[in-house]
Design a binder for this molecule. Structure first.
Ligand SMILES: NC(=O)c1ccc[n+]([C@@H]2O[C@H](COP(=O)([O-])OP(=O)(O)OC[C@H]3O[C@@H](n4cnc5c(N)ncnc54)[C@H](OP(=O)(O)O)[C@@H]3O)[C@@H](O)[C@H]2O)c1
Length: 290
């Protein structure tokens, strides 16, 4: 019998891409967002899960306003820590596996080589701290949890760096972009495809599920400035871009200087193939202009 896969926070960037990636899936996908299933309410989650009985839950819901979280720690904690705890406890109660999405912001960004899954964490922001607490809550509540940390997510949905650079690039003659923060952009459509592939694999053969932390971003490394240059080049925008240090663009939440993720584990365990960020950016810009 086909597995049921519940996706929470499904109206966000990643959830919207999972809807598309799962369109031809052999599994039965149920997509919910806060209006249908508020994952901060334990009673609601318990009742929903006991009726639906999904085999797998993919939690894309999060409080993602990184700067706002600095002054809104309570809500960030509720969505990023308490909700995963509830999902973990209630998924364990029905024997479901939990796939939860996390972030490169759990690291302090002081490394000089890609972060492996077991590298020391040291979040520098409220957002990062609440996401880390959410990871820990998943494992505490459900041993059958898989955490997928990602970075620099963008897509045609929602607000993100690619859409902001296109909008500002068309409005302005020049822009300063931070060049001393290094990471890997991730097209949400690629991550969505990887998650759907993993979910299908483990629903067909549950023994292939290996709980634990995984990293996924697109291949390749760049600065925000490099990323902006490529976005403008691909979209035919002629705005003058200048590299600046992060110190000249202060934000309420501290950003990691270096947040490149080592993706060896997800490639080896689940056979995931990861496109280079430039190839995926071409596809996203094409989508945005179609
Ligand atoms: N965006 C990035 O650059 C980035 C980078 C690294 C990791 N991540 C992680 O990747 C995951 C997906 O991010 P995303 O960019 O797709 O996020 P997103 O676009 O902000 O989507 C999150 C979704 O969760 C919903 N949500 C909020 N509170 C909820 C609740 N109580 N119950 C159910 N749903 C709720 C949101 O609804 P509302 O919009 O109505 O609040 C939204 O639809 C998150 O775990 C995030 O931390 C993101």
């Amino acid at each position: 019998m086909e597995s049921t896969i519940l996706v929470t926070g499904a109206n966000g960037q990643l959830g919207s891409e999972i809807k598309e990636a799962a369109a031809n899936s052999a599994c039965r996908y149920i997509f919910t967002d806060v209006a249908d299933l508020d994952i901060t309410c334990q009673e609601t989650v318990r009742s929903y899960l006991s009726k639906l009985k999904p085999e797998i839950i993919i939690n894309c819901a999060a409080y993602t306003a990184v700067d706002k979280a600095e002054t809104d720690a309570e809500l960030a904690g509720l969505v990023n820590e308490q909700a995963p705890r509830i999902l973990a406890q209630e998924s364990a109660a029905i024997g479901a596996k939990l796939i939860h999405i996390s972030t490169d912001y759990v690291f302090d960004g002081m490394a000089w080589k890609p972060y492996s899954e077991d590298a020391a964490v040291n979040p520098q922001s409220v957002y990062g701290a609440t996401k880390l607490a959410g990871e820990q809550a998943c494992f505490a509540g459900n041993t059958q949890s898989m955490i997928v940390r990602t970075s620099w997510l963008y897509s045609r949905h929602g607000a993100n760096f690619v859409k902001t650079m296109i909008r500002l690039g068309k409005d302005r003659e020049s822009l300063n972009v931070v060049s001393d923060q290094i990471g890997s952009p991730t097209w949400a459509a690629d991550l969505a495809q990887a998650l759907v592939a993993v979910a299908e694999k483990i629903s067909a053969q549950p023994k292939l599920f290996v709980p634990g932390i995984y990293h996924y971003s697109n291949e390749g490394v760049c600065s925000w400035y490099d990323f902006a240059v490529k976005i403008h080049q691909l979209d035919g925008i002629s705005c003058k871009l200048s590299p600046i240090p992060g110190s000249l663009y202060p934000t309420p939440a501290k950003r990691p200087h270096y947040s490149v993720l080592d993706k060896t584990k997800i490639k080896e365990i689940y056979g995931v193939q990861i496109p280079h960020w430039e190839a995926s950016l071409v596809k996203c810009i094409y989508q945005l202009n179609s």
